[in-house]
Ligand binder design. Structure first.
Ligand code: SF4
Length: 124
């Protein structure tokens, strides 16, 4: 069995540490880039977001971010064809700015254009 001397041990440790630093650093950077992609739009003046705890919102499985949908309750939402089924393309949605709009069903505030609920129907 080959024995490592102190010099080899230090060399291997430095290489391993450098490699791990690069990998971890890359992951952190990628995470930051991903966060940058999501834009947060200011609420229209005088408006508040519809609460996801609102009883009607809960009954419809509403989330301000469609990605937060409970996929165990709505497994069809996992399909790629439902990707564009978000509030901004819903018949009940009226745009107020680039991020928010009014919903005819959940009217106690504004909904994100990236929201979703089970009452979604395609805007004609
Ligand atoms: S009805 Fe349409 S606009 Fe209203 S919350 Fe549901 S998906 Fe969004």
């Amino acid at each position: 069995m080959k024995r490592y001397n102190r010099k080899q041990f230090l060399k291997n440790t430095i290489v391993l540490t450098s490699t791990l630093s690069l990998i971890l650093g890359e992951s952190v950077l990628l995470g930051k880039e991903k966060k940058k992609e999501k834009q947060i739009f200011p609420l229209p003046e005088g408006e508040k977001p519809v609460s996801e705890n609102d009883p009607t919102a809960q009954a419809l499985g509403f989330h301000q971010n469609a990605e937060d949908t409970d996929f165990t309750l709505y497994p069809d939402r996992k399909q790629t064809k439902t990707k564009n089924q978000v509030c901004q393309y819903c018949a009940q949605f009226t745009k107020l700015n680039d991020g928010w709009g009014k919903c005819n069903i959940l009217s106690a505030g504004v909904v994100s254009n990236q929201g979703w609920c089970s009452a979604w129907s395609k805007k004609s």
